[in-house]
Design a protein around this ligand. Sequence first.
Ligand SMILES: O=C1C[C@@](O)(C(=O)O)C[C@@H](O)[C@@H]1O
Length: 905
Amino acid sequence: MSSLGLKRKSLVEHDAQTRKYNSTEGAVSLAVLGSQTESTRHSHGQMSSYNDRDTPQTNHRALLYERASPTLATDNDSWPSTRNFRLNSSIVLIGIRGTGKSSLAVILAAASGRQLIDSDQYFRQVSGCSRAEFKRNNDHAIFQQQEALVLESMLWDNQEGCIIVCGAGTMERRGQKLLREYALTHPIIHVVRDPESIQSYLKAWDTQKVSHFLQIAGPIYRSCSNLEFFNLSETVSRGGTNTTSSEQDSSLESQIDQRPQASTPFLTLKRIQRDFLSFVAFITDDREETGRQQASFPLSLLPVESRRNTLALSVPFSALCETSVDIEELEYNVDAVELVIDVVEHTAQAASDLDLADKISHAVALIRRHTIVPLIYHVESYVRPKRPASANQNERVSDREYSALVQQGLRLGPSFLTIDLDRDKTLLANVIRSCGNTKIIGHFESRQPFPGGWDGDECLKIYERAQKLGCDMLRICQPAVKVEDNDAVQRFRHKVQNLPIRPIPVIAYNTGPLGRMSRCFNPILTPVTHSHFGKSSGLVDSDVTAVAVQKALYSSFVYDPMQYFVFGANVSYSMSPAMHNAAFEVCGMPHRYSIFQSAELRGLNELVENPYFGGSSVSLPYKTEVIPLLHSMSPHARAIGAVNTIIPIRNNDLADPRVSEVSSIHLERTRAGPVRGIHGDNTDWIGICNCIRRGLSPANAIRQTTTGLVIGSGGMARAAIYSMIHLGVRNIFVYNRTIAKAERLAEHYNRQDLFSQGRRPEDRPRVRILSHTDDPWPVAFKQPTIIVSGIPAHSIAGEPAPNFNVPTQWLESPTGGVVVDLAYKPLNTPLMKQIRALSHRGWVALDGLDVLPEQGFAQFELFTGRRAPRRLMRTIVLQEYEDDEVHDDRNAIQYRLRNLDGQLT
Ligand SMILES: O=C1C[C@@](O)(C(=O)O)C[C@@H](O)[C@@H]1O
């Protein structure tokens, strides 16, 4: 008999007295209106009358309750635990039916190997019958007792390595108490969703009823959880019209080109997968998973506060609620997005508004869906008057409301959260104690200049307060009254950094029109606005935009206009100049990127002798030939054995080991001067990695048994193998017409010990050879779900193009997979045609036009030390692409141009 069977007996016999549950305990009391059914007669004092297992028809009831606390909890003792959990702590999902808990749990279980436990199934396993049957056959008190005991066992017997989905049956009063207790040491995530999506799942309820129920249930679920995740429903943008993902996509366009969009059925959960896995990785501090999520771009590997001249785009909550905002477009050129909870007069009255918490949750989800940069959550301390001349200019948001809004922010796991240093000490201490992995920015915004300005004691005291409280950073600002105040900010910054206490980073600037200069030169996370928000959002002319800051840095000679190139033997066709030049322009950078064609490697000398040399893409045949000329190389380029990006070293000390670190290299990237050495990197693998990630459906999440297949054995095949190893694929096969070359390639990787730290030899990645296309797929391995082809699609040196098709016996994965063909001349290679025809079986095809911008983003980051404007670069590549021989392409390109949204990496 299983241990569960034994447990069952002991649970049923468990003496109710041993757990001292107080039946009057718990703040919430529910009364059920409507027909007096069996369940409702017994349901006073509990919430379980709404049962996950009930048919929608039986749920046609309204629920009333007495609320003990408002939607946003405000009491000091309601501050939850530290939110610091053990890496492997079991995670609990709660939320009303239809919010998508089960799908999220399946996604997490597949990606992380956590064991999935569903409360209803667990009840059945432990009790030997379903919850409904147990209820029918037992006295109500016994049923309640059994429910509590099952929940207790489910939580405490599975404290590690599980994802536990709690149905509504677990939410009666004793269940709530157990969950609150569990929340002291484990993440309990309240899953929220918009009423429309819940309604379309529940079918029988109308949206109003769902909203009403959400208002009732929200406070209860919130009081039992320490975190919150808004499950944003997928919408597919097709040529400007939005449809939900459930609608059938039978348009001709989509048949022309099955892009990896949300409309591709296998990828509908893709974006929610990304959002949820990043959220879980953040709250559990799972650095390995965070690394995988962050797509390996050079800048994403550095904490944003460690970089120079970083910008944070302020997005007012009110603007997000009122207008539709294209966040992806606004994100260009910024390093973080700050959601500003602006308490506008009317919102202030509605701060106890039942769905305010939901709206904030929704806003955070929207920003996360459309950006990849860190999120800062900031609650404004003053009520924003609706009219600038209003009498309420200086009305402060009450401590109670402020605390509630901050608590709601912490539940959402933002990367950073600000706290107003002028607030009650206990409140501040509570925020810091319960902030989990969120970094805290102590914020002090003075509306009047401090006595003595930046040189006075007041600013120093504020710095020390932030320091003592345990803030990770300080943000301090005051109005400038004269231009010289902008110099004084610099003095203040230097002064605090030299104090004999552990320094914390400081964001310091002047407000008002005269203070704009200090914003341009503030080194970290300068708040910037976007013209989109204009004055309607209450932002005034004293704000600066990201482009204005960039332009100011160049026109004041902090940075220089640099020259970049694509260097190769035959690069006249390259689309890189168009892509990079457009990016420079939109970011306000005066750089130039040009073609440099050279029949000999020696041509490179001319580039590096130029004091304005900023870096170069390296094309064939120099990707390996260039290596002996380098002074340093990234570990990736070294492992791959090929370089596609070079950047100048202007450091005096070439022996300094830091020169190979991006952090030191990018600091001097855009400053002219003699070049003392060259650093080599490889971004091709990043491009391939991200395309694989984008096209891989959640069903094909990478596991120990996942198999990859690489076609070819050239430089791109090398990069492809490295990408697969980086993603965690352990079984990699190479097929190449010339077997000896494939063997050399396999040997190159097998003798290295990549990403193997602590792994047993049998668990390490291994590259194997496939000799003939007639061979069956090796029986000991699963069929491949990731295939990358690195063979050219056009004729080279008179040799005909290979016209390769994957043998059908290697394409039998029941869940399909992703195929990346690195060629794009022509676009419709025989391989791409073959795979697109298999889209109904879950195969997704990506090509060279997908990879080129991805490797270009990483290159842009290495060249400039700034984030690349991704959507723009993708657009330019597609627009530039022209192939007169293949007429079908034009339609396909048009379709792709209309569907660029949401390709986040
Ligand atoms: O292979 C390529 C293509 C490219 O060389 C071009 O021609 O645009 C640019 C390189 O960065 C990349 O690795």
